[in-house]
Design a protein around this ligand. Structure first.
Ligand SMILES: Cc1cc2nc3c(=O)[nH]c(=O)nc-3n(C[C@H](O)[C@H](O)[C@H](O)COP(=O)(O)O)c2cc1C
Length: 450
């Protein structure tokens, strides 16, 4: 049956349509929907010449234009890297301190911002540095809080990390601050620091990867916070007062010595004092994604990290102005409303790939939830390639002006599985050549968007 959805009952979605005031930026968000980050694999790429990488393409812009039409309060971009070779993934957008705030690259960022915010959404660039999670084929030398090696995972091996020197820390802080200023000047409404999922800021925040003994070290949360605090202060000095500054944060890491909700609480308190507008709570990292509905109770509650996010959000003082969003596994309108009782907003990645206009549909009151694919979509850790591939395929279709495909249809899924096998083989064959970077191509029937 086509377009099968999660949820069984139609409920009044009105609370999801309420605007939200951000502080200290003073910006107003249309409603409670956040489109979470998804690395698009659509920016320019050159295997050999680094400075030719990371420019938004016409396809990138078309994708954000479509999200801009979809009724999102906040639209977060995929990872934007601050280095040409320490990047999250091939085809990410990139801004380094060598990129001038004028000229062809800058103009593409301007175009993307304009397209995304044409209907009142706020467009927020997610700034990211992989640290020890850099793929070894991109850069065998990784930088991190300490020298804790990330073991091979998902067919990838990772650079050998060394502890960042003070000079390297300053350079990365400057990279984040420059990129924020660049985006401000290009018409973006704000940035989100990627401080979750094991990226470099999370490496400093987590006692598992931060073994330092200096002022950035493990002895106290305050010390582990210093890296993100330095970044936030450097950013605030360079952007306009109405520029939104947020962070994606793990509420929990499912590992020995990983971040606990208690520590996440302290981190949120610290971020509020530093003048962050919002925190998007997630969880897990490359070593343990934690993105699955493990127990019956979690399945009912849906959102993977709600339990921990509630603990963190309730720990903030009653007069706290820090806004909280929750991401991961939110699928029924019922659950979205339940979450709003304790958290300010709901954030979506895979459902936003499947339906660029998800908020408009939910707010119409005519749907019970997001589209329920035949498989995947509930367990990014277990079926990573399929799940990620499904979402990336949808992004690619939207970016090329097509309607997304219906993964709740068995025929579509069966066809796609053949395509993803071809994609995987090509990826493996590419090895270290770094030439094969785009998302899986769906070869079944597709329809042009109007
Ligand atoms: C294709 C794809 C790309 C992603 N890229 C990013 C990214 O660039 N930055 C990030 O913070 N999370 C990224 N994520 C994780 C999502 O933002 C989100 O945290 C996760 O998918 C859980 O939300 P969901 O259940 O609504 O999909 C990505 C997820 C997918 C499926």
């Amino acid at each position: 049956m086509p377009y099968e959805r999660y949820g069984t009952e139609l409920v009044d979605p009105a609370p999801l349509g309420r605007p939200l005031e951000l502080y200290p930026s003073g910006r107003r968000v249309l409603n409670r929907f956040m489109k979470s980050s998804m690395a698009e694999s659509l920016a320019t790429w050159d295997p050999k010449v680094p400075h030719l990488r990371g420019v938004p393409t016409d396809e990138s812009i078309e994708l954000y234009r479509r999200w801009g039409e979809g009724g999102w309060g906040l639209i977060l971009t995929g990872n934007m890297d601050i280095s040409f070779d320490s990047m999250d993934d091939l085809g990410d957008m990139i801004i380094t301190t060598d990129c001038p705030m004028s000229g062809p690259r800058f103009e593409k960022f301007q175009e993307l911002a304009k397209a995304a915010k044409a209907h009142g959404s706020l467009i927020i660039g997610q700034l990211s540095h992989p640290g020890r999670q850099v793929q070894a084929r991109l850069n065998p030398e990784a930088i991190s809080a300490s020298d804790v090696q990330l073991e091979p995972k998902m067919g990838m091996s990772f650079g050998k990390p060394h502890p960042a020197s003070k000079a390297e820390i300053d350079e990365i802080v400057e990279g984040f601050a420059y990129a924020a200023e660049y985006l401000d000047k290009a018409g973006f409404d704000g940035i989100e620091l990627h401080a979750a999922h094991g990226y470099i800021i999370a490496q400093f925040l987590s006692p598992r990867t931060n073994k330092r003994t200096d002022e950035y070290g493990t002895q106290t949360v305050e010390n582990r916070l210093r890296f993100i605090t330095d970044i936030a202060r450097a950013i605030r000095k360079r952007v306009s007062p109405s520029f939104v500054v947020g962070a994606k944060l793990n509420s929990v890491e499912f590992q020995d010595a990983g971040v606990t909700p208690k520590e996440a609480e302290e981190v949120c308190g610290g971020l509020e004092q530093e003048g962050f507008d919002f925190v998007e709570l997630s969880g897990g990292n490359y070593e343990n994604f934690g993105m699955k509905w493990e127990k019956d109770s979690t399945q009912k509650r849906e959102a993977y990290f709600l339990k921990w996010a509630k603990v963190v959000s309730e720990s903030l003082p009653a007069d706290s102005k820090l806004k909280m969003f929750l991401v991961g596994g939110i699928r029924t309108v019922d659950a979205m409303l339940e979450i709003l009782k304790t958290i300010d907003g709901v954030s979506f990645a895979r459902p936003a790939a499947a339906e660029p206009d998800l908020p408009t549909k939910v707010l119409s009151g005519k749907v019970t939830g997001t589209i329920k694919p035949v498989e995947g979509n509930d367990d990014i850790g277990g079926k990573f390639a399929v799940d990620l591939g499904m979402a990336k395929t949808q992004l690619r279709l939207t970016a090329r002006g097509y309607q997304t495909i219906d993964f709740s249809d068995e025929e579509v899924m069966a066809h796609f599985k053949k395509d993803i096998d071809v994609w995987w083989d090509n990826l493996v064959a590419d090895g270290d050549k770094l030439e094969y970077i785009r998302a899986p191509e769906y070869t079944g029937p597709v329809v042009l968007a109007k």
